[in-house]
Structure formats: structure tokens, C-alpha cells
Design a protein around this ligand. Structure first.
Ligand code: ATP
Ligand code: MG
Length: 262
């Protein structure tokens, strides 16, 4: 395991949110890590706390206990280390595509002239040439996701945190987004932490997959995916990994619905 300066480690993180009735226990002693150049996915039942993990990593919220380290440096509560694509695209309706793409990098006070040129190139790369001056309401779901992805890339961080980036897309659009993601990972040499509900999506790319339990989330399984890339969903080994993850997840979802008591 890489102990280099960009290894991200989440160590014994526990988090609860206050509520009117009783507090909501969300994360229970979570341990995760991502090494430089790795692709790691997180699977888990809806509402178990996956997005909360990302919000902790990027410093939007603080853990109740535990540590988050980048290399050897504790970073909880510190912002600006990661490129974060949140679960919904959060495009600003009053800004055009190009203005939406540069907004995050602008806030990080990067040079505006350079940014617009880079953004224009990236938009062309994802097939959005000619839509620079459109507004988000004039785009399809897949186009909006591509805009959000480019905005994330323009932050120029080594580690990408992608929270269900393709969750709402149809199968064909999703598949073309997968090709983009694969290129970004392999050719741009990014480190990726991906939250997804889709087991195949996790297995297509990941070096490792974490499976979380229902809330309060614990790490139920960590699967090393020893398959060559590019991967095929019809490969027998792929199908066997899929079955293994499905079995673990189904138990968690059944527990979540009260179908099994453990
Ligand atoms: N800021 C907050 N304040 C209070 N409760 C919160 C907050 N953020 C999340 N929660 C609660 O924490 C739990 C986990 O939420 P989270 O969004 O992390 O789940 P998730 O695993 O990402 O779900 P999904 O797969 O549906 O996106 C939920 O019960 C949610 O209501
Ligand atoms: Mg979520």
C-alpha cells in the first residue's frame, strides 16, 4: 500500500447528526483509504452515509471522532484539497455553460483568461462545442452531467471525488460517460474515489470496492478487483465479482428493510 504524500486515509471516523427526536447515527468507525493513482468505489444502501463521507473528506462537515489524513497531514475541516462532483449537478441556472464550468476554479482565483480557453477545449472534448453560451435549462441530463464533470476537472486536483456522477442517466448516455471517465483515469493519471449504486460501474473501473452496511454505516467488505482493463461485463470472472458484491449488498438491503434480523 502506498504511504506517499497523496494517500487519502479515513481512520475510525464516526459521525452523527442532531435531530429533533433522537440523533441520527450515520457513520460508525469507518476506515477507508485511496492511494495515489488508484480507482476506488464505495457501494452501499441508500441513506447509509456515503455522501456524508465525501462531505467530511472535503471539509464541509467535521467528524465526531477519528481522523482524515492526506499523506501524514490531518485535513478534517480543511477545504480546497479535492475536486468534488456532488450528487446533483448543482449548475447555476443563471450562468451559461462556460460560466458554470469556470465558477469553481474562479473561486480558487485561477487566471480567468486561461480558464476560459481550457474550459472551451474541454467542452469540445466532451462533445459540447457550440453549447458554451447555452443555459443549464436548455441541456439534456447527460449534457448537464458533462458540464459538471468538466467543472470538476478544471479544478486541476489529483484526487477526484465523484458522488453518483451518472446516477440519473439512461444506459446509452451512461456508457459514453464511462468512456470519458476511463480516459480521465488512465490518460490524465487521476486518483478517483467513486460513490455508485451500480455494481457493474464499480467493477468496470475499480482497483478496490468498499461495501458499506446500512446506517450507521460500517465497512462490510473490501474487494480487490484483479481484472485487466479494459473490462467486459460478460467476462466470467467479472460476473463472479458481481455476484460476490451483489450477495453482500443484498444482505445489507434486506437488513435495512427489516427482512433479516442479525
Ligand atoms: N447535514 C445533515 N444534517 C442532518 N442529517 C443529515 C445531513 N446530511 C445527511 N444527513 C442524514 O444522514 C444520513 C445519510 O445521508 P447521506 O446523504 O450521506 O446518504 P447516502 O448514502 O449518500 O444516500 P444516497 O445513496 O441516497 O445518496 C441520512 O439519514 C440523512 O438524512
Ligand atoms: Mg448520497
Amino acid at each position: 500500500m502506498d504511504s506517499g504524500k497523496n494517500q487519502l486515509r479515513i481512520v475510525d471516523i464516526t459521525k452523527a447528526f442532531p435531530s429533533d427526536q433522537e440523533q441520527i447515527d450515520v457513520l460508525d468507525c469507518i476506515n477507508l483509504s485511496v492511494s495515489s493513482g488508484e480507482f476506488v468505489s464505495i457501494l452501499g444502501p441508500s441513506g447509509c452515509g456515503k455522501s456524508t463521507i465525501f462531505n467530511l473528506i472535503v471539509g464541509l462537515i467535521q467528524p465526531d471522532s477519528g481522523t482524515i489524513l492526506l499523506g501524514d497531514v490531518p485535513i478534517h475541516g480543511v477545504t480546497g484539497n479535492f475536486a468534488y462532483m456532488q450528487q446533483n449537478d448543482l449548475l447555476l441556472p443563471w450562468r451559461t455553460v462556460i460560466q458554470n464550468v469556470v465558477v469553481g476554479a474562479e473561486i480558487q482565483s485561477k487566471q480567468k483568461a486561461n480558464l476560459t480557453a481550457k474550459a472551451t477545449k474541454l467542452l469540445e472534448w466532451v462533445g459540447l462545442k457550440g453549447f458554451e453560451k447555452s443555459y443549464p435549462s436548455q441541456l439534456s441530463g447527460g449534457m448537464r452531467q458533462r458540464v459538471a464533470l468538466i467543472r470538476t476537472l478544471l479544478l486541476e486536483k489529483e484526487i477526484l471525488l465523484l458522488d453518483e456522477p451518472f446516477g440519473s442517466l439512461d444506459a446509452i448516455t451512461r456508457s459514453s460517460m464511462h468512456q470519458l471517465l476511463f480516459e480521465i483515469f488512465q490518460e490524465w493519471k487521476k486518483t478517483v474515489l467513486l460513490i455508485t449504486h451500480d455494481i457493474e460501474e464499480a467493477l468496470l473501473f475499480s482497483d478496490r470496492v468498499y461495501v458499506l452496511s446500512d446506517r450507521p454505516a460500517t465497512v462490510k467488505d473490501e474487494v480487490y478487483v484483479g481484472l485487466e482493463r479494459p473490462r467486459s461485463v460478460t467476462n466470467l470472472e467479472f460476473i463472479s465479482y458481481k455476484q460476490q458484491l451483489l450477495d453482500t449488498l443484498e444482505v445489507e438491503v434486506a437488513k435495512c428493510r427489516g427482512l433479516i434480523d442479525f
